[in-house]
Design a protein around this ligand. Structure first.
Ligand code: AMP
Length: 211
């Protein structure tokens, strides 16, 4: 049986539609709160996990394969294969701050504090550029932090930019672009080579486009 970990949240709907377009039965994912869904006909088990946890399940072999955003994948630092990107869940990880930082030499300000759900990617980005900044981890509503003096800047994923705008923030720099990706456990990649190759081919041949 092949085990696939799926990220819940924004990616779950399109991931379920992609897998259904390939013939899998995930009707239970839409109807229940089950975290484990079996499609016995196709010898597949789906695990529904938090995005940041999907790379962990796959790295440790609790799942053979995962569908997750590259933002969560990079943040986890997990040692997994990433054989295909899936073309949906597009967003960008950016540095943002109050509008007065735009065009200013914000990189030179001493004692910057950066609030983020992505502490690893944030520390890497600032360290690689020699910008001195303290990273403060929060677990949601990151845009709140500069408004109340918790931090000077944020690092967060942006899609349309509406959340930044509505909270008086502007984008200052892009860290990386992200979309949904297929990831594979290193041992499964060797041991279940034909199942995994078939899965990758089915994904690549699927005409799925997220509407
Ligand atoms: P937007 O207002 O469209 O720029 O969306 C930004 C908000 O949605 C932020 O609070 C982000 O944390 C969240 N967000 C945007 N894109 C994604 C994504 N692909 N995955 C998870 N969260 C996202």
């Amino acid at each position: 049986m092949i085990k696939l970990a799926l990220a819940k949240g924004r990616l779950l709907g399109p991931s379920v539609r992609l897998l259904e377009s390939m013939g899998y039965d995930l009707s239970e994912a839409k109807e229940s709160r089950k975290l484990v869904i079996d499609d016995l006909l196709h010898n597949a088990r789906f695990l529904i996990a938090k995005p940041m946890d999907v790379p962990v399940y796959v790295e440790y072999g609790a799942a053979d394969v995962g569908i997750v955003g590259q933002d969560a994948l990079r943040e986890s630092g997990a040692n997994v294969y990433e054989p295909a990107v899936l073309g949906y869940g597009n967003c960008r990880l950016v540095v943002a701050g109050k509008s007065e930082y735009k065009g200013a030499e914000w990189r030179l300000i001493a004692g910057l504090r950066v609030a983020t759900k992505y502490p690893r990617a944030t520390k890497q980005y600032f360290a690689a550029r020699g910008i001195s900044a303290e990273t403060i981890q929060v677990f949601g509503s990151v845009e709140l932090a500069p408004m109340v003096g918790l931090a000077d800047l944020i690092v967060d994923v942006v899609d349309t930019g509406r959340t930044l705008r509505e909270n008086g923030l502007v984008e200052l720099a892009e860290i990386f672009k992200s979309q949904a990706a297929l990831i594979v456990n290193r041992a499964s990649h060797t041991l279940q080579v034909s199942e995994i190759r078939t899965l990758i081919e089915k994904i690549q041949n699927s005409k799925f486009v997220d509407a």
